[in-house]
Design a protein around this ligand. Structure first.
Ligand code: FAD
Ligand code: FES
Ligand code: FES
Length: 488
């Protein structure tokens, strides 16, 4: 049984197949058909709903894709859908702005846009066009055009907001706290399948010993696609999003210690403070909805060769804390990836934490993502460079790529061609040639093999030019991710 607030009302669910998504539950079980299904893969945003969490200073609102969110993950949260925005006969200011600015034609995308705008309005006091565009990056419209929608998102800030959600916030907070503080295991069972939602690492470790075949769900932004796109049905799922210990981001003397269940949204600031170049990469990782749910632990756990964080973490020399039962071990992240989607994780073992070293003196870190679309697109390749340059010579170089091999992989020949050499364009040209020995990429719908190799070679040149430009102008070189984006 799980309990959540459906808008303001306590809602209990039991005896339902735990592979059910929030969207299917809304549309097929509750006949709430305002949230639409466009893609069922987190790409179009038509299904966007808003989740309210009990935060430190009230309710925190996040837009998420209902099509790839599993119902069981709603326990202890508030679910707000498009049906809940109107207050009696009065449209919500977000809806009114969409009407006033002619932000809707066929209307299929409109509920999703409105919900993304609603979350943005609740989280911001002022309109900022750039951050509005970022907040709407996960919503697609095929007919209205984006200009009137962005205009509406600016206009919705004109009336000061005091809506029904402000008026009931304290009561909602009290209800959420009561649900979250109630004793007892949280478990959803139906159709002989189980969804467990432990609240401690110990509980998780014990559950994995008892159910070694169980699949972990963090944000579910990869795993749910196995259900919605490949029509798989899991017998046992264990959700880790309620384990607060696994959501912490802790500053140590020399390292940043990130819980495997921490979302991109909650990790970004700490990572960017250490490595400013990660700003653009994380902003381009999926959409706002995906970053609200998705985790770095899931990105590593998924072991996809085209995940964006693995090459970054390899270049930074990150370590993983793996745990099985009461026993933990620490491995270099590079050793985690064995072959295509195969990892060194043992049965019943899981990633508990990710340890990221802080930058060393004289180190330069850059990451470049190449994708067809700027927002919400998977990389065709992603190169991360961590280089120490002392007195014009390369002292250390750790370079890793995603999208260039069956696993995220170091460019070892390229590194060797740099280490101990003068940092000059001649060295860079030799290191670019050496990269040919590191990778034999494949051709697929994202890129041809030739494009992958030549663009990756050129990322090293890009890094060199960026660095030189930064040296000459006496400032940090910019990463210019936008300039290396390939528009198809
Ligand atoms: C529309 C869309 C856009 C996307 N864009 C990008 C992108 O630009 N770049 C990118 O890299 N990815 C992208 N992704 C993929 C996905 O969002 C990321 O990989 C994300 O980090 C996955 O995290 P999650 O918490 O949702 O993982 P989940 O889906 O919960 O889990 C992923 C896998 O890891 C396993 N797992 C989860 N946690 C652990 C753990 N603690 N220990 C061991 N195994 C674990 C799960 O069992 C599962 O097999 C996109 C996905 C979608 C749907
Ligand atoms: S239906 Fe397209 S993102 Fe959910
Ligand atoms: S209004 Fe038709 S898809 Fe946006």
């Amino acid at each position: 049984m799980i309990t959540f607030l459906l808008n303001q009302q306590e809602h209990v669910v039991e005896n339902i197949d735990p592979n059910t998504t929030v969207l299917d539950y809304l549309r097929e079980h509750l006949q709430k058909t305002g949230s639409k299904e466009g893609c069922a893969s987190g790409d179009c945003g038509a299904c966007t709903v808003v989740i309210g969490h009990a935060g430190n200073v009230g309710i925190e609102y996040s837009a998420i894709n209902a099509c790839i969110t599993l119902l069981g993950s709603l326990h202890g949260k508030q679910l707000i859908t498009i049906e809940d925005l109107k207050d009696g006969e009065c449209l919500h200011p977000v809806q009114q702005a969409m009407v006033d600015c002619h932000g809707s034609q066929c209307g299929f995308c409109t509920p999703g846009f409105v919900m993304s705008m609603f979350a943005y309005r609740k989280n911001n006091e002022q309109a900022d066009r750039q951050s509005i565009i970022e907040a709407l990056g996960g919503n697609l419209c095929r007919c209205t055009g984006y200009r009137p929608i962005v205009d509406a998102a600016v206009q919705m800030f004109e009336p000061p907001l005091r809506d029904q959600f402000d008026q009931t916030e304290l009561a909602v907070l009290a209800s959420l706290n009561a649900i979250n503080e109630a004793d007892g295991a949280v478990k959803l069972t139906g159709n002989s399948k189980h969804f467990f939602s432990p609240s401690t690492v110990k509980e998780l470790a014990d559950l994995l010993l008892e159910y070694p075949e169980a699949r972990l769900v963090a944000g579910g932004t990869d795993l749910s696609l196995e259900i919605t796109q490949f029509l798989r049905s899991f017998d046992c799922l264990i959700y880790i999003g309620r384990i607060e210990e696994m959501k912490t981001v802790v500053q140590m003397d020399d390292e940043l210690d990130i819980g495997a269940a921490a979302s991109y949204g909650s990790t970004k600031d700490a990572l960017v403070a250490l490595y400013p170049d990660l700003h653009e990469l994380i902003d381009r990782l999926g959409s706002k909805q995906i970053r609200n749910q998705g985790t770095i632990g899931g990105n590593v756990g998924n072991a996809s060769p085209i995940g964006d964080m693995p090459p970054v973490l390899i270049a930074l020399g990150a370590k993983l804390v793996l745990r099985k039962g009461d026993v933990s071990r620490v491995i270099g992240i590079e050793n985690y990836f064995v072959s295509y989607k195969k990892t060194s994780l043992e049965t019943s073992e899981f990633i508990e934490r990710i340890i990221v070293p802080k930058p060393q003196a004289d180190s330069v870190f850059r990451v470049y993502k190449i994708s067809k679309r700027l927002e919400d697109d998977i990389s065709s390749s992603c190169g991360a460079f961590n280089i120490n340059i002392v007195a014009g010579k390369v002292k250390k170089a750790t370079i890793a790529f995603g999208g260039m091999a069956e696993i995220p992989k170091r460019a070892s020949h390229c590194e060797q061609a740099l280490i101990g050499k003068n940092w000059t364009d001649v060295t860079i040209a030799e290191a670019m040639d050496a990269m040919d020995k590191d990778f034999t990429p494949i051709s697929d719908f994202r890129s041809s093999a030739t494009y992958r190799l030549s663009s990756s070679r050129n990322l090293l040149r890009r890094l060199y030019l960026d660095y030189e430009q930064g040296e000459k102008s006496d400032r940090e070189p910019s990463s210019n991710l936008l300039r290396v984006t390939q528009y198809a």
